[in-house]
Write a protein that binds this ligand. Sequence first.
Ligand code: DAH
Length: 356
Amino acid sequence: MKKFEAKIEKLKEKFDDALEKARGQKKSLQDLRHEFLSRKRGHITRLFEELKELPVEERPAFGKLLNEFKNYVLEKLSKDVSVKPAPIQYEAVPREPTVITAEREDLTLPGRSLYWGAPHPVMLFAQEIEDIFLAMGFSVAEGPEIETDYYNFEALNFPPHHPARDDWDTLYISEDLLLRTHTSPMQIRVMEKNKPPIRIIIPGRVFRREAIDPTHLPMFYQVEGLLVDESVTFAHLKGTLEHFLRALLGEKIAIRFRPSFFPFTEPSAEVDIGCTVCRGQDPGCSVCGGTGWKELLGAGMVDPQVLKNVNIDPEKYSGWAFGLGIERAAMFSHRISDMRTFYENDLRFIRQFSLK
Ligand code: DAH
């Protein structure tokens, strides 16, 4: 098939001519490469197509010739530096201005583990308190945060206009409804519904007009305790509280009872504990004010008038009660010098308690 060979010869001449003219001209050389080698319509590509139509026995010889020619073309073109693959020209495409350019995902970074959350430290501490009392046979109840004047004051032996109310000032929702100032109203609600023997604790949130400082917040948690039965004495109160405080804060905690006054208990006491924050060493301690002691709870024997208010016979029954500030106790347990840190929601602080 001389015809095929002739075709190659002719093309070679054509190529040599064109190459001579195009020498040094980048554009022309590129066109030349295209004309001969383009994958769709290049002369050489076409000849390869034609090759397939030749009789099988002729194909190897002509294939060889064609390949030689192809290599010849490639070599000639590649000698000219300008025929190196042309740099790709990008056209500027108008598009929306990119807003976030600095933020790029770094796909090589390891994934961030999720923090699933945990109970708040004050809740965890309330649970510790509940566990101690549950082990002593007490039950646990909760009550409303919005109370009536009757439960918050009147039934607890605070007559209207009694000066003791000043210490429990709060927000009033109406003349008769207020944000409870303590958990003590639950004493009344429990005794109205249950007959002695009663052993119960009531944790919950309370509200007061307070100037905020390291040991005072206008919203905080208390736990109320109430025990009513026959022949209950102050000694039972003292023994129970001492056991409770040592179980909660450690065997070595210093405890002292001070005489005090509450309208709903008689006699009344306040219980202080030795300051664990400064251990009595810092005259400027923000928690104990340098005294080495801090009040943790109020307590006393349930006033006979309160028992009468709920139709429990004070001749037959007696009882004791206490109310303790949960955040304060937590401060002493964990040696935290400022109560406000519980509610600033700084995860570096809060997470420490759930990483047990
Ligand atoms: N309710 C009192 C307060 O908030 C604390 C208290 C004192 C509770 C004596 C009691 C108690 O149950 O007997 O300051």
